[in-house]
Design a protein around this ligand. Sequence first.
Ligand code: ADP
Ligand code: MG
Length: 698
Amino acid sequence: MVDYTQTDIKYLAGVGPKKAEILNKEINVYSVEDLLYYFPYKYIDRSRIYYIHEIDGNMPYIQLKGRITAFETFGEGRKRRLVAHFSDGTGFIDLVWFQGAKFIEDKYRVGFPYIIFGKPTIFGDKFNIAHPDIDPYINEEERPTGLMPYYNTTEKMKNHYLNSKAIQKIMMAAFSSAVRNITETLPEGVLSEGRLMDLKQALRNVHFPENTALLREAQFRLKFEELFYIQLNILRYTAERKSKLKGFVFAKVGDYLNSFYEKNLPFPLTGAQKRIIKEIRADMATGEQMNRLLQGDVGSGKTLVALMLMLITLDNGFQAAMMAPTEILATQHYYTIVEMLEGLNVNVELLTGSTRKKDRERIHQGLLTGEVHILIGTHALIEDTVQFSNLGLVVIDEQHRFGVAQRAKLWTKNTNPPHILVMTATPIPRTLAMTVYGDLDVSVIDELPPGRKPIQTIHQYDKKRGTLYASIHKQLQEGRQVYIVYPLIEESEKLDLKNLEEGFIHIQEAFPEYTVCKVHGKMKPKEKDEEMQRFVRNEAQIMVATTVIEVGVNVPNASVMVIESAQRFGLSQLHQLRGRVGRGADQSYCILVTPYELSADTRKRIDIMVESNDGFEIAEADLKLRGPGDLEGTQQSGIPFNLRIADLVRDSDILKKAREVAEKIIEKDPELSKLENKILQQQLRRLGGNRYNWGLIS
Ligand code: ADP
Ligand code: MG
């Protein structure tokens, strides 16, 4: 029998090769099955018609019934817009089009009854609806009612007549062609335990919901399944690791740590640092291999913790390695650590992409003989050519995208896998941690070193350069240093670079008595590093940079962080950048520069930054502000794949339940080899093959 779910979408009624190509490229939909898993992002209840006088500022999509009283055109050329004045007897609202004016004017008639459908927004002191859906009002019986699904579409799709309505039509064709072939993807036991709707019903009701109750049930089932398979994969892999891998036992503390503690410790440890070191020491002594995530807000002193754990590693006769995501950061760690270990006879080396061949060979040699105690570097240090004599601990700093596949590479560096500590400043909400770092234990540094003054965050409009420069000037005069950061967005790298270069020249002119340095992603690592070092040594007082400085850089004398076009940054990125200042005893400032016109969401983001210094609060707010399935959002928050339907904030209860069910299964059948679990094996293989990149999930 032909499996219709695998049919190429180009054969569906109403699609054809041209549209199929658009669907392939734009939303990654190739087969009928792919399409069936392209879920609506919202539903609108079309049973209710609103009155214009009811409209207020905070409405979602609504329906109105009334007549167009007149058309009017404003502006010229590309700025041209068409406005239709619309009334229902209770008030007036403007319908606005920025494109396709001619088509609209020809199609819709003044005085004829229409159902309007759209989202009212306030413009000046009036409401309007931009690009509404318009249907002729025929009579009550024929009007579409019930829940209407809405599908995300891109500009390109719309240009090829693939708007949400069109997708809905194609979906109907897809569903009826495939319905007989939709086979269940969860075992009977899971369905009954989770009280889940079967797959066919769920797909039907998620696309064509008969009512709200059935829609909820369908969504629940599909969300559950999505989260369940992710958890199952994590748990399966964790069980395997635990059964196969033995960990080194670090039983003692010796001279390295003791003499560091007595002679070199630059300041007393915070309570949180002490607690974490104890916790991790215990973990490294159990005989199981450690996989731990250390979370601590920017500036909480993770580097020192890492260093002390590396010294314990040396005390037990092993080597340690520390890996940073960028060359700048690796270099900085190297200098910090060398300085902290002065006089202690610890041999530390730096290995990055730009280490010279001769040095590289010397380091490789030293690692093999055991002469090199601590190796610091970028991902260059997990390359196959780098072999250790006895690697015991790997610290991975500031890295989100370091999943199973990469960690597995580290395991081959010794007979037993080394202990692994992943450090991150991005506070990860619980639900996210469970998903992205499902098999890691978590430690949290929840205390900053004493004497830090909270950073003051100020929102400033870009028209007010004078005020901005005056405050920068004041800080410079007091001997402080300043960062000025420009956004970097991949698609328009050229443009951003132009912004940065212009900014650089401009800043040099505005502050002639100070030295300005510059760092961006297009520079060679060596140049970058030299510029960075000039700033570290205070030979330059102002650093103009793109976000390459986002992670980890530590210059305690820098007290001002200016973020240009702050509206283009996500919340967690803003928080990371802000964390570059406030590291010394001086009052520090973060200045968010934006244009005057901002969307409501952006304004909210800026407000949160101004009000809060708490990384966890910001991370939660961040997840809430972003809707589900926001590609950029998920990438930033560290999920290496896109969830189709589940939302990690809103669906945390479903996630817990799914994890419980997955746990029970793995407990009884860790390798999923029982007959009843065959379907799970198959499904994991299929999902790993096309939907998710399991290698990136911990
Ligand atoms: P992060 O956790 O962001 O990596 P760092 O390890 O770079 O933070 O530490 C930030 C700054 O705080 C550094 O200048 C470091 O020397 C300092 N620091 C770390 N621990 C303490 C402490 N216990 N007391 C005072 N300052 C500390
Ligand atoms: Mg750090």
